[in-house]
Write a protein that binds this ligand. Structure first.
Ligand code: SF4
Ligand code: MG
Length: 323
């Protein structure tokens, strides 16, 4: 086990004043070394909140977080947090706002080295910076280090953001929608790069996305989130080929299927309406107002539990296997 979260909650004050909501509500999962673990769902489901929980930009109200078996839930001192951040880095969605526009690329990459006290001399740091840029294929580095982020394309900026995360030699990276703001034509290229770096550097990823088609391509394991809960999880291939939760099926039905023979596997399942606000969570199964299969008197009153439907394939629905 590399990383695990046990029954974590995050309460936030959202919507009406004083109303406490669980933005993340009792989630449990484990990530294994060098796995790409995808968290999938529509926006507002708690995916980014979970990512921030892992990099410790947010604290859980309850529950535990472990890195390599070590409880890191309550690390607080500056030194502890610095040490943790060196191992656990984050790549953000927006390469336009995540890089300081006043910094040159050199400064962007030197900053984490200075914060963490890596590289004693400027020359040593420069060497690390060149290496990191080469790794993400910003070559030749000397052509780029003097530029400001706005002189780079979106794809190049995201490469620089990846280099900034990698320069600390982390073992775990939370990538929050790293390609969703990029041109469709370069998304595969960036994911390919991330995959490549996983092999070369042995990093483990938590990949956050609303897009099941990139998760299918990139992830080993998929957890589908809905309104703060994980409603289905399992090996990527199993979840994609045999989705059991109506929400996962609906998400998959919305993804264009490139392989004609597979088109019939996933029945067209429309999804009704939008994700309700986290401040207004429906009783019973949280998905029931949007679910085609919802059973009156059951789904609208009783909270389903996450059960193991088949080996390592979990889902949270009263009617598993009945539709
Ligand atoms: Fe749909 Fe009921 Fe299953 Fe919820 S528990 S997903 S409402 S069938
Ligand atoms: Mg998000």
């Amino acid at each position: 086990k590399y990383f695990s979260i046990k029954k974590s909650f995050i309460d936030t004050l959202k919507g009406t004043p004083q109303k406490i909501v669980h933005a993340v509500d009792g989630i449990n999962f484990e990530i294994y070394p060098q796995q790409v673990f995808a968290l999938v769902g529509e926006s507002g489901c708690g995916k980014s909140t979970t990512g921030k929980l892992i990099v410790k930009l947010l604290e859980p109200t309850d529950g535990k977080i472990y890195l390599r078996g070590q409880d890191v839930t309550d690390i607080k001192t500056k030194e502890e947090v610095l040490e943790y951040r060196r191992k656990v880095q984050m790549i953000f969605q927006d390469p336009f706002s995540s890089l300081n526009p006043r910094f040159r690329i050199f400064d962007v990459l030197e900053e984490p080295l200075l914060i963490h006290g890596i590289g004693e001399t400027k020359a040593e740091r420069e060497e690390l910076i060149y290496k990191a840029l080469e790794m993400v294929k910003i070559i030749p580095p000397e052509d780029y280090i003097g530029r400001n982020p706005h002189m780079l394309s979106g794809g190049q900026r995201q490469r620089v953001a990846i280099a900034r995360a990698l320069i600390l030699n982390p073992t775990f990276i939370v990538a929050d929608e790293p390609v969703s703001m990029l041109d469709v034509s370069i998304r595969a290229e960036i994911l390919e790069l991330m995959k490549d770096l996983k092999e070369k550097m042995g990093v483990t990823y938590l990949y956050i996305t609303h897009d099941l088609s990139t998760a299918r391509y990139f992830a080993d394991y998929i957890a589908v989130m809905y309104l703060g809960r994980i409603v289905e999880m399992g090996p990527a291939k199993v979840v994609i080929d045999n989705p059991i939760h109506p929400y996962t099926r609906a998400l998959l039905a919305a993804v264009p299927e490139p392989i004609p023979e597979r088109r019939n596997i996933i029945k067209e399942i429309p999804i009704k309406g939008e994700v309700p606000s986290a401040a207004n969570i429906p009783p019973g199964c949280r998905f029931h107002p949007r679910c085609l299969y919802a059973e009156k008197g059951l789904c609208d009153t009783k909270y389903p539990q996450l059960v193991e439907y088949e080996h390592n394939h979990w889902a949270e629905c009263h009617l598993i296997g009945k539709y």
